[in-house]
Design a protein around this ligand. Sequence first.
Ligand code: NI
Length: 161
Amino acid sequence: MAVLKLQKYGSPVLREKAMPVSKVDNEVRELVENMIETMYAEGGVGLAAPQVGVSKKIIVIDIEEKGVIVLINPVIIKREGETKEEEGCLSVPGVYSTVRRSSTITVEALDLDENKIRITQEGFLAIALQHEIDHLEGYLFIDRLSPAKRLMIKDQLKEIV
Ligand code: NI
């Protein structure tokens, strides 16, 4: 296993729409292992493949000792309610801001055995899923801030680039 280099704000790969994974092979499994190691090494609770420079639809999440969730080609198929919590991102170091998200979501994806799975989550896990799935579409949490909040973090963003 290896800790991979994190892509930070300003890196073009973070703005790409990631490609679906066509086959969960050893290469994908190795990437997932390295993503998990990188997430732990950097002290994050979630990571998307574009954050380590790989434009593929893969996310890993580990919140509150519930164990690691690995989702391949995740798609949000249902959203309910609304919530607002402070978010941060390993790719946008030092920036934290409150983001409006759906409070409950249902996601369809493949697991590491290529089985189709469907999970419904609420709370922090729902927020983390939306945050990581956003990465696969080329979005960062700062894109979801109001214009006033974006203005407040403008200088911090300049320091990252
Ligand atoms: Ni992030």
